[in-house]
Design a protein around this ligand. Structure first.
Ligand code: V47
Ligand code: SF4
Length: 376
């Protein structure tokens, strides 16, 4: 089978098979793969590249799972273990420029408050953290409720499928009930973390305590059923094979055919520092670009492919915009998970820096909200 045949298939809008995706992973023809993926991205999103002004919060790093690739987590009592105070989280979010409804509505004849004029406001908070052995479901529920009460205009994207499964097990409620309660409290969408690689053998090596791939997919299917849109990720560049990556993406494509609840796919480049993965190293730029491009070509039912600059680094993330990605994520103030594992990227990017990266790639920047609606 040749790339020419795959090229023809892509041009005629036909879906790639797993064998074809594997052939792309095994090919060295990065330019052809990139060109095809760029064309596919243009069919989905024209020349637009999205970004959002957002803030990450990791309420605790104490986690019962202790995945081997996770340099962020600690066990209770370990040096460096932490628990954030909810009042402080809210104060920080307000101080750093989250939109505050009462302030906005108090400024007549103006759509922006004094606060938001001083600092460009972020519109989304992304909350994920450890599975804390002592926190009840009410602690997590209250966290969402209180943040929503204090900042009603802030979109709350929170908790991976792994956390949702944990809440369901500690509360004794079904996945559906757990998700509905979180939704009532103010949770509006979910990030795509915890998927890693679905293959059982790989999971056993890198995250033996984590829920299996089938459960991850069940949680997401349930979230989609209750009307919570989610993302999906794939952690690559550790012990998995190309076959494992293709199998992972196939399972996501199949679920998306049924629910249409995924918004974006995000390949996460493995970071090796302070992890206990044997022979661990950083991913190569070529592998990063190929993985982005192949995901764009294979996941024809996903509207968006995100180049997560925190893990790719700003420069590879910018190149990824020519290899099929149409989303750079956002300003991402305070990311801790990648930092703990040796991130080489900046701590945060400003709105202007994101716009600059996108424009210099010859694309059109669009500032978006959490559902990919343009905000300005
Ligand atoms: O689930 C943990 C990964 C994920 C490492 O949905 C690591 O918009 C690389 O899911 N090297 C959390 N990755 C982050 C995540 C995410 C990030 C940005 C946007 C969205 C979204 C989701 O980070 C974990 C795990 O897969 N991770 N350790 C590491 N050493
Ligand atoms: Fe815990 Fe998530 Fe880190 Fe695994 S990746 S140890 S579940 S925080």
């Amino acid at each position: 089978m040749s790339l020419k045949r795959i090229e023809k298939k892509v041009r005629s809008g036909n879906r790639l098979s797993s064998e074809e995706a594997l052939l792309l992973f095994e090919s060295d023809d990065i330019f052809t793969i990139g060109r095809l993926a760029n064309q596919a991205a243009q069919l989905h999103n024209d020349n637009y590249v999205y970004f959002i002004q957002n803030h990450h919060i990791n309420p605790t790093n104490i986690c019962v799972n202790r995945c081997r690739f996770c340099a962020f987590s600690r066990s209770k009592g370990d040096k460096g273990a932490y628990e954030l105070d909810l009042k402080k989280i809210i104060r920080k979010l307000k101080k750093q420029g989250a939109r505050v409804k009462s302030q906005e509505s108090s400024t007549h004849n103006s759509t922006v408050s004094h606060n938001t004029q001083l600092k460009a406001p972020f519109t989304e908070v992304h909350i994920v953290g450890g599975l804390h052995p002592d926190w009840s479901f009410d602690v997590y529920l209250d966290m969402i409720r209180q943040i929503k009460n204090a900042l009603p205009d802030l979109h709350i994207k929170a908790f991976t499928a792994v956390e949702i499964d944990y809440f369901s097990s500690i509360s004794g409620m079904s996945l559906m009930q757990t998700l509905e309660q979180l939704q009532d409290a103010g949770l509006e969408s979910m990030p795509g973390g915890g998927a890693e690689i679905f293959n059982k053998r790989v999971r056993k090596k890198v995250c033996p305590e984590k829920i299996d791939g089938k459960r991850w997919l069940d949680v997401m299917a349930t979230a989609h059923r209750v009307g919570i849109r989610t993302n999906a990720t794939m952690l690559y560049g550790h012990v998995e094979s190309f076959e494992d990556r293709v199998d992972h993406m196939l399972k996501l494509r199949n679920l998306q055919d049924t629910t249409e609840g995924f918004q974006a796919f995000i390949p996460l480049a493995f970071h090796p520092l302070n992890t206990t993965i044997e022979g661990a190293r950083y991913t190569s730029g070529i592998d990063d670009l190929k993985t982005i491009a192949i995901s764009r070509l294979f996941l024809d039912n996903f509207s968006h492919i995100k180049a997560y600059w925190v893990m790719l680094g700003e420069k590879i993330a910018q190149l990824a915009l020519l290899f099929g990605a149409d989303d750079l994520d956002g300003t991402i103030i305070e990311e801790k998970i990648t930092r703990s594992a040796g991130a080489l990227s900046a701590n945060a990017l400003t709105r202007n820096e994101l716009i600059h990266l996108i424009q210099k790639a010859g694309k059109v920047p669009v500032e978006r909200d959490s559902f990919y609606r343009p905000v300005r």
